[in-house]
Ligand binder design. Structure first.
Ligand SMILES: O=P(O)(O)OC[C@H]1O[C@H](O)[C@H](O)[C@@H](O)[C@@H]1O
Length: 242
């Protein structure tokens, strides 16, 4: 968290290898170290907390130390979001605060599997209907923030049933297909894209959206922003690419 957050720091929720066993490439892997730390529901001030509460939004930071677990890069457990009252799936947005992350997204039928690499300052939109896993493929700790609706609980069931996402990322970067998804297509690589209409742009941190109801409305009313979010999963030609 050092240098990534200057507000009050609550006790984190911690994921251990026991919490993750069901989704690992090697479910027999052992580790006595915590795998990642989730600092949920952060606010810099009392008034920010009240604003976030009133707008049904959570700002979290997750810290994922670099680790390789029996050949597989350390990652989050993976989950889907449910639909809201209007029938649209809740989206989410991430920002890399330190290190480098691989965001592995997939539809619930896994007929589209997308990998987005993001570095410090870049943001990744998880569009409605995509489940997601974050992988730390580096040698450095990954610290990322997210903004998400506080009105739902994540659904881990499909990832647990299929023992993880459609692909496992192994040390060195090889993507190994999970045999429980025989029909999944090859991974499609996309870039972090800017979506200024919903505050996703360079130079604007996610926390800067606190106090800007228009820019965060998509988190609870995604049905009004489907057109805006439609271009989020694509390859950016030429210069924007690393
Ligand atoms: O819930 P997991 O799959 O373990 O993933 C970890 C992250 O997921 C969500 O996006 C939460 O909003 C974060 O607070 C959490 O750190």
């Amino acid at each position: 968290m050092n240098g990534c957050w200057d507000g009050p720091i609550p006790e984190p929720q911690v994921r251990t290898i026991e919490d993750m066993r069901d989704v690992l490439a090697d479910p027999d892997c052992t580790s006595d170290q915590p795998l990642y730390f989730m600092y949920r529901d952060l606010a810099r001030s009392r008034s920010d907390r009240e604003w976030l509460r009133q707008h049904h939004i959570r700002y979290d930071i997750t810290v994922i130390p670099a680790r390789v677990l029996c050949g597989e890069y350390v990652k989050t457990k993976g989950h889907y979001h449910p639909r809201n009252a209007a029938g649209e799936y809740y989206p989410e947005v991430y920002e890399v605060l330190k290190g480098r992350g691989h965001y592995l997204l997939q539809t619930c039928t896994a007929d589209d599997v997308v990998m987005i690499e993001a570095s410090i300052g870049e943001k990744v939109l998880i569009p409605p209907g995509y489940g997601h896993v974050t992988i730390n493929p580096g040698r450095e700790e990954l610290v990322m923030a997210n903004l998400v609706s506080s009105d739902f609980s994540s659904d881990y069931g499909p990832y647990i049933e299929k023992r993880g996402a459609a692909y496992y990322e192994m040390e060195g970067g090889a993507l190994v297909k999970n045999p429980r998804y025989p029909d999944a297509p090859p991974v499609r690589c996309c870039d972090p894209v800017e979506v200024p209409e919903i505050g996703i742009r360079r130079g604007c941190g996610l926390y800067d959206l606190v106090g800007q109801p228009r820019l965060v409305a998509f988190l609870n009313r995604p049905e009004e922003f489907m057109g805006v979010m439609a271009g989020a999963l694509r390859r950016v030609p030429q210069r924007g690419r690393r």
